[in-house]
Design a protein around this ligand. Structure first.
Ligand code: SF4
Ligand code: SF4
Length: 330
């Protein structure tokens, strides 16, 4: 696989600094029941990396020591980590909001039949990837049969109350383009998804997040092989909007890898760019949350993927956020 970081540095991306920490995003490991082309963590069924219990305890301890109000769980398929349910139950017991970045198909895997019930019982917010409402497009990007499995999983979640009007069980969907192009406007796409998923499949959801593909890891390497890396980077840079800088997710989030090392965001974690431009990433167990306030953020060329067009974050387009509607002032 081609290394992308050398192609992303040096960069003229503007200097940015942290605001208030709200979310601790934790990558529980790289094992996944799928193996998608665009996956920026190169997850797959053969990967063995998984956060151990000691590191899970360090994450919980950091949550107790910090003011963070949300725990955002990613992978791989985070649910495949053996400590997933312990972490969720303990965090919920502390009053922390828990978000599960779920690929949907995991809900149908043997051994995970009761996972949807567990998520509902714990009031876990589900953020689910669904790159299109058309079966052929989803199966092309994520593998044959993925759409059918995702459809059944979404119906199961709806059946438990997820995404239903008046329910407190939140089901958000994530869209990313099929290739090196910017996502269309989020509000229009959300309206299309809402109409098509309801009329074709009787599925409802709360919000759609439209994210740009990051030119790193498997997707970045594929672009390099095809000669498309620099044109895509140039496209992201040309679409940079300064007002998105106030809301990029790294300002309010830290990202913890499966070994407990801390980064400014999930993308930096995958590139090996340590938190706050340090030489090495600090361990979550040693990190003083007070040192994060106003700390510098490590950036490189891929950061234009967060600020291009309507912007991208783990909470969707930045231009659609309440901050953007007030001119981007935090
Ligand atoms: S489902 Fe998600 S984590 Fe798993 S391979 Fe696909 S993109 Fe990666
Ligand atoms: S890639 Fe990471 S560090 Fe760069 S702007 Fe986006 S969230 Fe921030």
């Amino acid at each position: 696989m081609h290394a992308c970081l050398p192609l992303l540095q040096p960069s003229d991306f503007p200097a940015i600094a942290r605001a208030t920490l709200e979310t601790v995003q934790v990558n529980l490991g790289y094992r996944c029941n799928q193996s998608c082309l665009h996956c920026h963590v190169n997850a797959g069924p053969q990967r063995k990396e998984a956060m151990d219990r000691q590191t899970v305890e360090a994450v919980l301890d950091f949550l107790r020591r910090s003011q963070a109000s949300a725990l955002d769980l990613t992978g791989g398929a985070p649910e495949m980590n053996p400590h997933f349910r312990y972490l969720v139950e303990t965090a919920r017991g502390m009053g922390v909001k828990v978000i599960d970045r779920c690929n949907l198909t995991i809900l149908e895997e043997p051994g995970y039949e009761d996972l949807a019930d567990f998520l509902a019982a714990q009031r876990v917010e589900v953020v689910a990837s669904l790159p299109c409402y058309l079966e052929e497009n989803v199966d092309r990007q994520r593998g044959g049969g993925v759409f059918g499995s995702s459809r059944r999983a979404l119906r199961k979640l709806n059946g438990l109350g997820y995404g239903m009007e008046g329910s407190e069980l939140i089901l958000n969907l994530v869209y990313n383009p099929q290739g090196p192009s910017l996502p269309p406007p989020q509000a229009e796409l959300e309206a299309d998804y809402r109409r098509e998923l309801w009329t074709r499949h009787g599925i409802v959801f709360n919000r759609l997040f439209a994210l740009a593909n990051m030119p790193i890891q498997r997707f970045g390497s594929t672009l390099v092989s095809q000669g498309g890396f620099h044109p895509y980077l140039a496209k992201l840079r040309a679409a940079h909007r300064v007002e998105n800088l106030a809301q990029v997710m790294c300002r309010s989030l830290v990202s913890v890898d499966w070994q407990g090392r801390v980064y400014d965001c999930d993308f930096n974690q995958m590139l090996g760019l340590p938190l706050g431009r340090r030489d090495t990433p600090p361990a979550i167990g040693n990190l003083d949350p007070d040192t994060l306030d106003h700390a510098p953020i490590a950036t490189a060329g891929h950061c234009y993927g967060c600020t291009a067009g309507s912007g991208s974050s783990c909470g969707g387009a930045l231009a659609d956020s309440p901050l953007a509607q007030t001119g981007g002032q935090p």
